[in-house]
Design a protein around this ligand. Structure first.
Ligand SMILES: C[S@@+](CC[C@H](N)C(=O)[O-])C[C@H]1O[C@@H](n2cnc3c(N)ncnc32)[C@H](O)[C@@H]1O
Length: 253
């Protein structure tokens, strides 16, 4: 009986230790992101985006961890690459990808923005690559693919085929069991989502299933009930605060 109590006590103590370690690690990630939000050299628009993007909560929802190798697809000007750089810490790596289109769109503004962000090696664990999804050099080497606010562009301009081609390239990049993290602006059926820069949540889920992912969870962390989904995401007052969905899926083992 005495031995049973001792074993029970030991088990409880080790659980407390393991739990507090997990909390510590999470707090460290949160502290690193918080510090980065206040870092010098961020893009001039980053601060405007912070409140509406809830970077710490989003990183937690998707399961970003210290030391991970992460691929930030369609990084644009690199807002998320910078957050992910802090989240994975100095032992992690962030590959920040843009397709060749970035060199032409908006006169290359996003390309120039990420180059400025990375100037003087200010994010030492970020590797910027301009490569189309199908030509990416990764095979089963990425822990987590982060694809924010770009699936609607690919789907609305190139249809299901283009979206599936990109998702399959990301699936190939991921390690078995790796995480596919998607965020996008919610659209509803019947609206001109191409003009509004939105996509239906059901379409995201359908595409992920067709590309061979297993859906794990959806989150309304970035929800906005005042957004009726009928206006462009660039509408004054709505921009940066649209109703957005997060979908976490996994590459099967
Ligand atoms: C709104 S930005 C998102 C950037 C980044 N992921 C973020 O969350 O800050 C969308 C990106 O998609 C790219 N893009 C726009 N139209 C596209 C298209 N038709 N196909 C692929 N990419 C496109 C642009 O270069 C831009 O950098």
């Amino acid at each position: 009986m005495k031995r049973y109590f001792l074993a029970l006590l030991f088990a409880s103590l080790s659980m407390i230790t393991v739990n507090s370690l997990a909390v510590d690690m999470d707090e460290t990630m949160a502290a690193r992101i918080t510090k980065q939000l206040n870092a010098t050299g961020r893009n001039q628009y980053d601060n405007i985006k912070d409140a509406g993007r809830k970077p710490i909560e989003v990183a937690r929802f998707f399961g970003v961890e210290n030391g991970m190798t992460v691929l930030d697809m369609a990084t644009g000007g690199g807002y998320n690459a910078e957050i992910l750089s802090a989240a994975v810490g100095p032992k992690g790596i962030v590959y920040a990808q843009n397709s060749h289109l970035v060199l032409r769109l908006l006169n290359g503004a996003h390309h120039k923005a990420i180059l400025a962000r990375l100037d003087e090696d200010r994010l030492a664990n970020v590797r910027y690559i301009v490569v189309n999804a199908k030509d990416m050099p990764f095979q089963h080497s990425i822990d987590l693919v982060f694809w924010a606010f770009n699936l609607h562009d690919v789907y609305n301009s190139g249809g299901e085929k283009a979206a599936l081609n990109d998702l399959r390239a990301m699936r190939l990049a991921l390690k078995p069991g790796g995480v596919m993290a998607i965020s996008d602006h919610i659209g509803v059926a019947g609206n001109d989502n191409e003009a509004l820069h939105r996509i239906e949540t059901a379409t995201i889920v359908d595409l992920l299933n067709k590309a061979g992912f297993v859906i794990e969870a959806k989150s309304n962390l970035l929800a906005n009930p005042d957004d009726d989904h009928s206006q462009s995401i660039y509408t004054d007052g709505l921009r940066y605060h649209t109703d957005r969905i997060l979908v976490r899926a996994r590459r099967p083992m």
